[in-house]
Design a protein around this ligand. Structure first.
Ligand SMILES: [Zn+2]
Length: 213
């Protein structure tokens, strides 16, 4: 089982279908690899169903709760949750080739990318696969928004921990980090950004025009 998971609010939003699609995809890919979170989502799904069947109309007037229930009514279980239920890695549906035959776009000697934004209509998000050469370091960068990362193969470390296949990592503008791929194999991640990242090192600032969306 992976060691880093989405927080409970994220799993609840996923279950309710209120998470934006790109972030839902990241959660679904994690769920594919994480039994622990799958059972949590199942509980939330059951709870959502029970609430829908038991709620009295007057209870729905409680502030905030009616919006929650309205969303639940529209999409009690998200599309990504349904995909997950079929026990197929949800990412596969969006890839033209299997992961080991992806037509990578070279960004630097150590970093390759495959942009999924074109095929996913990500509306304000950037979704990409990134491949970091084994042992290579990604230039230090920070975020203007949230960055979700799900590791599909290999692993990396940064100032806050060591991450392996299946791990779900969330970073926000308060984090600046320098991921380094583990030595044993290339690291492949799914990343979802709701705002561009920017490089903070003096030299690597030059990369920003190329690597931002
Ligand atoms: Zn998990």
């Amino acid at each position: 089982m992976s060691g880093y998971h989405p927080d409970e609010i994220t799993l609840m939003d996923y279950s309710a279908g209120t998470l934006p699609m790109p972030q839902s995809l990241a959660v679904a890919v994690h769920l594919f690899m994480c039994q622990h979170c799958r059972s949590q989502v199942k509980q939330f799904n059951n709870l959502g169903g029970a609430l829908l069947s038991q709620a009295e109309p007057r209870e729905l007037e409680v502030q905030g709760f009616d919006d929650f229930m309205a969303d639940m009514d529209k999409a009690p279980v998200s599309e990504a949750a349904k995909t997950h239920a079929r026990h197929v890695n949800p990412l596969q549906a969006f890839l033209p080739q299997p992961l080991d035959r992806i037509d990578w776009h070279k960004q630097t000697r150590d970093i390759h990318e495959y942009d999924l934004t074109k095929v996913l209509e990500a509306k304000g998000f950037r979704i990409a696969l990134q491949k970091i050469r084994a042992g290579a370091r990604v230039p230090e960068h920070s975020h203007k928004g949230q960055e979700l990362t799900v590791i599909l193969q290999g692993g990396f470390s940064d100032e806050l921990g060591v991450y392996h296949a299946g791990d779900f990592i969330s970073r926000d503008p308060s984090h600046s980090h320098t991921p380094t791929a583990l030595q044993n194999e290339d690291c492949i991640c799914l990343t979802v950004l709701d705002a561009p990242i920017y490089f903070v090192g003096r030299f690597y600032r030059l990369l920003n025009p190329f690597l931002r969306w």
